[in-house]
Design a protein around this ligand. Sequence first.
Ligand code: PHE
Length: 454
Amino acid sequence: MENRPQWGTRAGFILAAIGSAVGLGNIWRFPAVAYENGGGAFFIPYLFALLTAGIPLLIMEFTIGHKYRGSSPLSLARMNKKWEWLGWWQVAVSFVISTYYAGIIAWSGSYAFFSFGEKWGKDPEGFFFGNYLKLAETPGDIGGIVPGVFWPMVLVWGVTFFVLLKGVKKGIEVASKIMIPTLIVLFLIIVIRALTLDGAAQGLDAFFKPNWDTIADPKVWVAAYGQIFFSLSIGFAIMITYSSYLPEKTDLTNSAFITGFANSGFELLAGIGVFAALGFMANQANVPVSEVVAGGVGLAFVVFPRIISEFPAFNGFFGFAFFTCLVLAGLTSLISIVETYVAGVQEKFNISRTKAVLVGGGLSALLSILIATRGGLYFLDAADYFINQFGVALAGLVEVIAVVWVMKELKNLQNHTNEISDVSVGTWWRFSLGIITPVVLGYMMVQNLVTNIK
Ligand code: PHE
């Protein structure tokens, strides 16, 4: 038996998996996606996607990693030599994500400190794009490094390297055990405070009000699947890598359910918190909530600073807490993405973990300097677009088809997980992975292509 690193406890593994899943996508992507795709009605496709794609695929990835004991390229190669490339594709997607994810964490770190004294002043939008990012006028113009972004990024990479160099048990597990509980407590404080602000009820009303017409719209289903995939970090090789560090006797199915529900629970909490805060903002400005809804970069760095400035009291503290949540959620995800290719490189070239961290992580850190230039936001947008259009769902689709239909591995995997898990998987699992997921994902891909060609 090779000398593979191992998690100290199952709780440690689950916290690390939750750490990967709970990321920026939960806080700034989910609330807006749900709102735009039917509000309360969105929960039906969302739950359907969680139960027919999210959790089944998570069980499959956990089982692959556990059975074949390798990062994604090695596990797939052990299944069938011909499919190793798929693992590398997933590793490449993770690599690209890591370069810009690090940038966003760095911005959030800066903003945690800007919260004291509300450094963004009266014009958070102008401050963010102009004073902070110093965004170049024309896309593609690199225009030099912005020190205010560069140094926080050095810090983000420093922490990531530190954790990864310490290893799986002493590094990733310990970091997850500290960061995830802290994140949950801080976030709960913010949500409770947001719920007691004037206008919170209007915000929640806007968020939960179901628009049933959307249920019949395929785009909404596509959005639900997309959100579940990105949010659960599946199709990225991450969960395969993480479960390859589990001891032989462990409950895989149960771990997948806990991870899946914890991630969605956090997402729901974020939706409630964000919309309560948006309701407050709409109330202050005397406009309908629909006029202040935002997602992504705009929500975090333009709308939230505004909300924080209008807070009745303790503005600095709440701003600091919010941006610290972004940092913690982001860091645990970044660590998981980098671990994925560190493990891949280490196994492929048979080098030490330290070398793999320094070379693999170093390459990504170097490339991510692009995000710290005056053209950074343009690179980020381009990379993010590319990943969302061609990376995530496509890699997931190819993975499912390869494992289920080409290599016909599903039965083996089912036996493997059922042997060690309390809850057995059966028809529901096989049907979800064999039929529902490929059909829906295949449809997503075709639709994407069509809209791209148009
Ligand atoms: N799951 C993370 C989120 O919701 C995103 C992520 C994607 C993390 C890919 C790691 C890898 O933000």
